[in-house]
Design a protein around this ligand. Structure first.
Ligand code: 5GP
Length: 211
């Protein structure tokens, strides 16, 4: 029997550098796949349907909620976002590790439905650094930046306490190293290696694992 895939959930306030970090992690890690979410927000820049997101209408999204097709879903800054239950189940069964880039409400839902998921919170080094990053990327209006900072201070930043790991993104190379180390260490957990260990033990003379 094939080992099941692992779920890695990553959340961060908008502007924490999460997207850059996750892109780098996915480039380096062949065993890790990105979970493409459904959203009702409009594509930005060069975003392609099926790559960054599946872009759907509100009516389509709500029909999916009614059919219980989401492992989790939430409204983030006025738009719906959700993770397909079927996709996650298929990846786990096929032994593929999955990376979910989702907000803190979505992460709470995943935690309660799949307690074995590994959760990682990415923190900006300070409020000032977060503001600077949001301003520098020239993606949002001043009002949107104000709303995102307010949401980060009032709600998001405090959610770190519910996550297994926290990575402070002060230097991208160091944060990347930390993120990669978390993924590698989680794969070496004893309870996740039992099938491989069983095979090794057999080669030593037929012992099975005494659990
Ligand atoms: P953006 O619109 O900037 O791509 O994403 C906005 C927020 O939505 C980010 O915090 C991102 O993590 C979150 N998000 C993206 N996909 C999902 C999803 O499937 N579920 C939930 N709950 N949040 C998501």
């Amino acid at each position: 029997m094939k080992a099941k895939g692992q779920i890695f959930v990553v959340s961060a306030p908008s502007g924490s550098g999460k997207t850059t970090l996750l892109r780098k992690l996915l480039e380096e890690d062949e065993r890790l796949s990105f979970s493409v979410s459904h959203t009702t927000r409009k594509p930005r820049g060069r975003e392609q349907d099926g790559k960054e997101y599946f872009f759907v209408s509100e009516a389509e999204f709500e029909a999916m909620i009614d059919r219980d097709q989401f492992l989790e879903h939430a409204r983030v800054f006025g738009n719906y976002y959700g993770t397909s239950r079927k996709y996650v189940e298929e990846c786990i069964a096929a032994g593929t590790d999955l990376l979910l880039d989702i907000d803190t409400d979505g992460a709470a839902q995943v935690r309660s439905r799949l307690p074995e998921a590994v959760t990682i919170f990415i923190m900006p080094p300070s409020f000032q650094a977060l503001r600077q990053r949001l301003e520098k990327r020239h993606l949002d209006s001043a009002e949107t930046i104000r709303q995102r900072l307010e949401w980060a201070s009032r709600k998001e930043i405090h959610q770190f306490r519910h996550y297994d790991y926290v990575v402070v993104n002060d230097r991208i190379s160091r944060s990347h190293e930390q993120l990669r180390s978390i993924v590698l260490a989680e794969r070496c957990r004893r309870d996740r290696s039992l099938q491989q260990i069983e095979t090794i033990l057999k080669s030593f003379g037929g012992d099975t694992i005494d659990q």
